[in-house]
Ligand binder design. Structure first.
Ligand code: M6R
Length: 626
């Protein structure tokens, strides 16, 4: 038996418009969450009309064009776009799933962990399952409970609640029943779910992006909650039917932020939005001469008591933590360990109530990071989340939160969120230094002012985009690319390599330049592009000199050197086959400028190789399975 689970985008709608249009539009904005298959279900006069198709949303749209959309007339419906973690993403495993009568439809995000037992129970009762998925079991179980719920005077919501109490794992379900055509029911355990409140229309989705063109008023659903939506509004209960408290919020960005705005792909738009992302992340965090966080449930005394910091994160967020280590240790004199969230809780880290765990996550729903947060809290450590998504699970489960205000990041490769994470991590460092008195108030103010100057510096880097793109096209046929850096340039090298791997499917490695002679230099061969992230010749003269030696060593062995260096750095010029200049900024802030050309380079190499820059193969934006 193959278990198919999904990390997906889901959307539901009840209102006055044609549901198919609303749902397809929503799916277009959620496709970054997964693009292995897509499907829709609409409640029509004839019952439930369903279409689903393996592959990208475009395949489903082509299929709908083929069959015609007349049979989809209806004002309530749901949709799904899927990222499969196990098994083949084929038509019959695509959502929505239905029960045997075809009157119940379900889309699902997450994993039903006890699905084998549930499936066996259904099969023993004579139910034939049409797919290999865990999700389908929910459709059959809900259909079975529906009759009993009706007899008790209840309906679909009650049936879904009963089934949710039996499900184990993390799941979000959107459910409809042909007998209740003006209602959509959605339930949440762990995987995200928000409700959008329009005028005579209501939405549910895994992300506000799905309905942002219709409303910015939203309600966030908590753990183990169920919502019934109709065109007139919504009702939230727990899984036992008790009314539950809700948290309404207004989205602070609009449709234009979720659209390409004339750019060829989202990633390029998001690269260009970085100055704004930085400015928005810093805004409001320096008040009356003090650095302030967002949801501060930690007192200054708590921060003073901290004797060790862990930064836990994955992918690019992890690299932002590696950068932060240099600043936080320097400013606070606290030891900082940066750890991949997927490793953290499996090695029994030493944690107690004086440990501060900084959990960095753009989505706020990355399973590895969430589990690391839970582990840290079980061990009584304090957790501070750095997150780009309002109300996501990681901030919900943390003691304090600092939101990065990068706006929605649609491109799967992280760009503006990464820069915003670096800035936010620095604010955490300054807040710690301020509480602990390791920096005077005027020093904190100076550091903050330097951060505030960064949006302008990043804008200047963006002036080089076209040149870097041209270089990307030249390098598109390379077999591999190496990235070297020292000090804060080392995590930048790792980030540059990650971008190239995930977008251009090219072998790319980032190294601490000093490590080269301990092995990796054997990789250098004639014409191999090596990108070197230089420190400032003034700020870090010793490191600069050492890197110049490293470059000359690799150049002597035939490498083609691409050097990212501070404007006016003449010493490095003779060693640079290609020189990309970035503005002079304080050493700790250099990653904010030197990462940008590497993002552009990776995107352009991917484009030149004919790949989808926004949706690289095998990936999804949020990884909600471990
Ligand atoms: O949402 P998160 O920040 O927790 O995501 C972490 C990583 O999955 C993410 O940074 C990933 O590595 C990006 N695709 C990198 O570009």
């Amino acid at each position: 038996m193959v278990t198919l689970v999904a990390v997906c985008g889901i959307v539901g709608y009840v209102g006055h418009r044609q549901a198919l249009d609303v749902v397809l539009n929503g799916l277009r904005r959620l496709e970054y969450r997964g693009y292995d298959s897509a499907g829709v279900a609409v409640l029509t006069d004839a019952g439930l009309t369903v279409e689903r198709k393996a592959g990208r949303l475009a395949n489903l749209e082509a299929r709908l064009a083929e069959v015609g959309v007349d049979s989809f007339a209806g004002t309530a419906g749901m949709g799904h776009t899927r990222w499969a973690t196990h098994g083949a993403p084929i038509d019959r495993n695509s959502h929505p799933h239905r029960d045997a009568t075809g009157r119940v439809a379900v889309v699902h995000n997450g994993i039903i962990e006890n699905f084998a037992a549930l499936r066996a129970e259904l099969e023993a009762a004579g139910v034939e399952l049409a797919s290999d998925t865990d999700s389908e079991t929910a459709a059959h179980l809900i259909a079975r409970e529906y009759g009993a719920a009706k007899e008790r005077g209840g309906g679909l919501a009650e049936a879904v609640r009963t089934v949710c109490r039996r499900l184990e794992g993390a799941f979000t379900l959107v459910v409809s029943h042909a007998d209740e055509p003006d209602l959509i029911v959605a339930a949440r355990r762990s995987s995200p779910l928000v409700v959008g409140l329009g005028d005579g229309e209501t939405f549910v989705a895994s992300d506000v992006a799905a309905f942002i063109e219709h409303t910015r008023e939203a309600v966030e659903l908590g753990q183990d909650q169920l919502v019934e939506i109709t065109r007139d509004g919504y009702r939230v209960t727990d899984f036992h039917g008790e009314d539950a408290p809700v948290k309404p919020f207004t989205v602070d960005w609009d449709l234009s932020a979720a659209e390409k705005g004339g750019h060829e792909y989202f990633m390029l738009k998001e690269i260009e939005e970085q100055p704004e992302a930085l400015a928005n992340t810093l805004r409001g965090h320096f008040v009356d001469g003090r650095v302030v966080l967002d949801e501060q449930r930690l007192s200054d005394q708590d921060l003073r008591d901290v004797d060790k910091v862990f930064v836990v994160a994955c992918g690019s967020a992890y690299h932002s933590g590696l950068v932060a280590k240099y600043a936080i240790e320097h400013w606070t004199r606290l030891p900082v360990e940066v750890e991949l969230a997927s490793e953290f809780r499996y090695r029994d880290p030493v944690l107690d109530r004086d440990t501060l765990v900084v959990a960095v996550s753009q989505s706020g729903e990355t399973a590895d990071t969430l589990e690391a947060v839970r582990h840290a809290r079980e061990q009584k450590a304090r957790v501070l989340a750095v997150c780009n998504t309002n109300g996501a699970q990681i901030p919900r489960e943390s003691d304090a939160v600092l939101y990065t205000h990068a706006g929605p990041e649609i491109g799967v490769a992280s760009t503006k969120a990464f820069l915003a994470q670096i800035a936010a991590n620095y604010l955490v460092g300054l807040a710690l230094a301020q509480a602990r008195g390791t920096k005077y108030a005027d020093e904190v103010a100076r550091e903050f002012r330097e951060l505030e100057a960064m949006p302008k510096a990043v804008s200047r880097v963006l002036e080089t985009v076209e040149r870097v793109r041209a270089l990307g096209r030249e390098l598109a046929d390379s077999k591999a690319v190496l990235f070297l850096g020292r000090h804060v340039g080392y995590p930048v090298a790792l980030e540059g390599a990650l971008k190239l791997k995930e977008l251009a499917y090219m072998h790319a490695e980032g190294f601490a330049a000093g490590e080269l002679k301990h092995g990796p230099i054997a990789l250098i061969e004639e014409g191999l592009p090596v990108v070197v992230v230089m420190p400032s010749p003034k700020g870090r003269a010793v490191l600069h000199a050492k890197l110049v030696s490293n470059i000359s060593e690799i150049q002597a062995r035939g490498a083609r050197t691409v050097v990212i260096a501070e404007e006016g750095d003449e010493t490095v010029r003779p060693f640079a086959d290609e020189l990309i200049e970035v503005p002079a900024v304080p050493t700790l802030l250099q990653p904010l400028v030197s990462t940008v050309p590497l993002q552009v380079l990776a995107a352009e190499i991917a484009r030149a190789r004919g790949y989808d820059v926004d949706k690289p193969r095998n990936l999804a934006k949020s990884v909600t399975v471990e």
